[in-house]
Design a protein around this ligand. Structure first.
Ligand SMILES: [Zn+2]
Length: 299
């Protein structure tokens, strides 16, 4: 009997030791996750790509995108519990601004002291519409460059340890973007004044930058959302203005675009609104280059 008691005590001790060791390790992991690194959370994909460029090679930081990378536009987005979890740990949240993140007040109610970098700060040439400001500013390279500047300024202030790296990366990125804009302006100069219909509100800023005579229809990124009446109005406008271009997102349904094309003889141009893509630093630049190739086919 004594022998059994001895075994029982030994087993109990072994269990206690395993338990304590597991607990200690878990605590260590939690501490490692929460401490040390400067945690940057971006609201959605275009902001993530900018932050990826600015923070390249930075020390002791962690960059996370709040929404899933394939979410697309978040202008009607509902926060998930997993999003809140990411934001709870954040040292700074980078948002596009201009009302695109309509959930921001909910976040601030929860975390009053959360530092926010607003990428739309001081961007004044936004497009005002009946429903409010169109927040999809990044499709204009000029605006995008300003967004890069705003995010960089915010990160340099809030994470001074990496300020030099941020500054250098920003200069390089803005140089690339500025060169791209110059090429763009030369190659697409002939589009100025051309009448075009845009079935995706993301491209309204691009159309403005290219100085197109643009009729933009709000579809919440769903071109099929057009009513029969709206479709008729668009056809009338296209005929009146001799519109030859129909601009859609490459992921859009083409139902209405095809009807418009059949009715007017205009051609469909599928562009990339840079709302989804790879986790690569070059993602925005590649999408602009692709758009340029598509637009160069316009007659
Ligand atoms: Zn949107």
């Amino acid at each position: 009997m004594k022998k059994y008691i001895k075994y029982a005590i030994l087993i109990a001790l072994a269990i206690i030791i395993v338990f304590v060791v597991t607990l200690t390790n878990r605590n260590k992991t939690t501490t490692e996750q929460d401490n040390g690194k400067f945690k940057i959370v971006t609201s959605f994909y275009p902001m993530y790509v900018i932050a990826l460029n600015i923070t390249d090679g930075a020390n002791n930081i962690e960059l996370t995108n709040m929404a899933d990378m394939n979410t697309g536009c978040i202008h009607d987005y509902t926060l998930l519990a997993s999003d809140m979890k990411k934001i709870e740990k954040a040292d700074v949240l980078i948002q596009n601004g201009l009302g695109l993140e309509n959930f921001i007040s909910k976040i601030l109610n929860n975390q009053k002291d959360l530092a926010i970098i607003d990428a739309s700060e001081n961007i004044s040439d936004f497009i005002q519409e009946e429903s409010g400001i169109n927040p999809h500013i990044w499709t204009s390279i000029t605006n995008y460059i300003k967004q890069v500047g705003n995010i960089s300024k915010g990160l340099m202030e809030k994470n001074q340890e990496n300020a030099e790296i941020y500054q250098r990366n920003t200069e390089n990125y803005i140089e690339t973007l500025t060169n791209l804009r110059k090429i763009y302006e030369v190659e697409l100069n002939y589009l100025k004044g051309k009448a075009a219909v845009c079935l995706n509100e993301s491209f309204e800023y691009l159309g403005k930058e290219l100085e197109l005579n643009l009729k933009s229809i709000h579809t919440s990124h769903e071109e099929s959302a057009l009513s029969a009446k709206e479709l008729k109005d668009v056809i009338d406008w296209m005929k009146e203005n001799k519109a030859t271009m129909i601009i859609v997102d490459r992921n859009d349904d083409l139902k209405n675009a095809q009807t418009l094309a059949e009715q007017t003889g205009a051609k469909i141009y599928k562009l990339d609104s840079a709302l989804t893509g790879s986790s690569s630093k070059d993602a925005y630049v590649s999408s602009i280059k692709e758009n340029m190739e598509v637009l160069k086919r316009a007659e």
